[in-house]
Design a protein around this ligand. Structure first.
Ligand code: PHE
Length: 364
């Protein structure tokens, strides 16, 4: 129905007042930035002494009929304020949740933490290769101490008192031995010849005593060795691999066959040739340096020294506990570091021991 502009609805002023109250509550709630602010704002409108409660109290003087209309209107306003409150509460809770989710967000597109891929050191790769090749030729692998006694490192190996390797200048002497028998960092793996042979003889004592043939000694002994020496091709710590083959009928010819086979397998090169160059070691007689020559590739044509060798000296055979009239054989000592340099074309030995991951990771 169209109202006359002159007709004044009896409660219009009240209705406007209530609408304004609801509006101001909406504004107050919207301005509340936190749940605590919101609860304070709520108290001003629908709390015990809030505006709505006051309006309710103000109805006391009204007639029953007026109370009905007025009460219903106030209730509507109250409901509107409560609805606005609930809405704002929800909005604040949502915002809080969003902020929390944002703060705790996981970026699943970040690359995961990598598990570093390790690998064997190039010299270890060479040692494994040496062990596999000699293993296929019936050689055992023996290991021994790096702190050695003067006896095993020198004396038992027929190395005279005045040998230059015995001087303080060449050798790392360490505490623990006596003045007559000092301890030292082994200067080569040759002491393993004695250590292993003595064990072998002990194991076959009964057969030997009965005059029965002893199973041949066929062993390699890889490991770390030490000398006071340091430049591009010498490191104070380096590796050697000893070889020993002792029996009743083992000759230089066997050494040549075994070592040629080893080098060709190791370098995967059938046309590689060997040269036995006369040399001297106190513990072998005769002695020879073993040189190899590649017929193709970057190193072709050059003689490269890879090992010392020789027929085991009778005095050494005796120190093994064997009769040199009956037992004979050969020994060799090669340098796995040098073999590694040749195999991979590395020109500075120190790279192997610097621990630089950029160098080492190339051999993974
Ligand atoms: N021990 C010798 C060296 O260090 C090498 C070698 C071993 C020579 C066995 C002969 C026999 O140079």
């Amino acid at each position: 129905m169209a109202l006359s502009p002159f007709f004044v609805f009896p409660h219009e002023t009240h209705m406007n007042e209530l609408d304004a109250l609801v509006d101001s509550a909406r504004v107050a709630f919207a301005q509340a930035a936190t749940p605590a602010d919101l609860e304070n704002a709520k108290a001003q409108y629908i709390g015990k002494s809030g505006r709505i409660t006051e309006l309710m109290k103000g109805m006391a003087t009204l007639s029953v009929e007026e109370k009905k209309t007025r009460g219903a209107a106030i209730n509507l306003a109250k409901q509107a304020i409560e609805a606005a409150l609930a809405e704002r509460r929800q909005a604040l809770a949502d915002a809080e949740l969003q902020a929390q989710l944002k703060a705790e967000a996981l970026d699943v597109t970040l690359p995961g933490r990598q598990r570093g891929q390790g690998g064997l050191h190039p010299v270890s790769l060479t040692l494994e290769r040496i062990e596999a090749i000699f293993g296929s030729q019936g050689f055992e692998v023996a290991e021994g101490p790096e702190i050695e006694s003067d006896w095993f490192n020198f004396t038992a190996l027929n190395t005279p008192e005045d040998h230059p390797a015995r001087s303080m200048h060449d050798t790392f002497y360490v505490e623990g031995g006596s003045a007559k028998a000092p301890n030292l960092l082994r200067t080569h793996t040759s002491p393993m010849q004695i250590r292993h042979a003595v064990q072998h003889v002990k194991r076959h004592r009964a057969a030997l005593d009965a005059g029965l043939p002893m199973p041949e000694i066929r062993v390699i002994a890889p490991g770390r060795t030490y000398r006071v020496d340091s430049d591009a091709t010498h490191s104070p710590m380096f590796h050697q691999c000893e070889g020993l083959w002792i029996g009743e009928n083992v000759s230089f010819k066997d050494l040549k066959v075994v070592f040629t086979d080893f080098c060709r397998t190791f370098f995967e090169s059938d046309d590689l040739v060997l040269r036995f160059r006369p040399s001297f070691f106190p513990f072998t007689e005769p002695s020879a340096e073993i040189d190899i020559q590649f017929q193709s590739g970057p190193l072709a044509g050059r003689w490269l020294e890879v090992a010392g060798s020789g027929q085991v000296h009778p005095n050494v055979v005796r120190n093994m506990g064997l009769d040199p009239e009956r037992y004979i054989g050969f020994a060799f000592g090669m340098g796995p570091d040098r073999l590694t340099m040749l195999r991979y074309g590395v020109n500075d030995l120190r790279l192997f021991f610097d621990g630089d991951i950029r160098f080492l990771s190339q051999f993974r």
